[in-house]
Ligand binder design. Sequence first.
Ligand code: SF4
Ligand code: SF4
Length: 365
Amino acid sequence: MENRYEFEKRFKEQILKCSRCGFCQAVCPVYGATLRPALNARGKMLILKEVMEGKIDLTEDLVESLFQCTTCASCSINCPSGVEVPEILKIARKDLVKEDISHPAFKGMAKVLEQYSNIYGEDEEEDFGKQKGGRAENIFFIGCVGRYREDEATEANLELLDRLGVDYTLIEEACCGGVLEDVGYSINKRLVDYNIKTITETGARTLITGCPYCWRTFKNREEYAPLRDKGIEIVHISQFFSRYEFDVKTDKRVTYHDPCDLGRHSSIYDEPRETLTRITSDFVEMEHHHQNALCCGAGGGVRGAYPKNSIQMARRRLKEAEDTGAEIIITECNSCLHNLSNARLRKQKFRILNTAQFILELMDS
Ligand code: SF4
Ligand code: SF4
């Protein structure tokens, strides 16, 4: 049978390689929250196999299964057959969107980004009281969640950069656009061109991102190759801070949540831990960590599209954090900070911070 869809052309062999072993079920946060087999990686691969066999079509009925995925990559990391589930789903979602089928939240996001330069459709640009667009050695690129939802975490990053005497500037940012690729749409050229032009005009040699997703997008997407071709180094803020010594110590118990975008997708596991373990004498890991860390439930647009399930996924992660007895949970992704903070139960007394907030508190105590 002729391939009807792009996902078949690109991933037919991979989908057929799925042996239905079910190893992915135990690690899928969406399955953990819903207990619905159609929503784990195996279920999604079975559905796509049936589409390839012509038994079912890509219709509205498949939106929930194919769009409800945080793209956490827990399944692909644990898959003995090497099935790259999140990559397959990205293309299957594009096939759905070509048929004008999507989740309303993602349709809305794509529309917003045609008009605005942030995913929330906010008119007012956040003012962190810093220089924007001047010439500097470094740019700190905040990202949408840090600009509009997690401003305290962003203020801490800026304050710590100031105290370290880093020569940096902010810019009038546009969304990096990467998230569109995850939810069935294509990266927006208007935003890309604007960012490349604005970043280049500062003359900066290093682009420090506050968001792991922006890091992935600038580092890997073909559209942003001109930045890399100019020799601009792209580092995540957790990597940047790990280059410094901080004259602070504590014996508070601290644990670290690996964001999927920073960990499994980018292999940045060590640098955030290097900074933390130089500061606290009581650093502990959660039961699942590094490449096996549980997802916070925010990724792949799931926080916006399936908020109840997203919070449930975050609660599962917070339970593991609670079990460590840690006073402080550190994470280095504003989406994780946002979702974990929203999901925290009143009885859970630990605090959820980024590294800069943690260091500043110790500096000022
Ligand atoms: S772990 Fe891989 S091979 Fe096994 S069911 Fe899941 S996707 Fe299929
Ligand atoms: S990427 Fe994560 S959420 Fe999506 S199917 Fe795999 S394990 Fe489940």
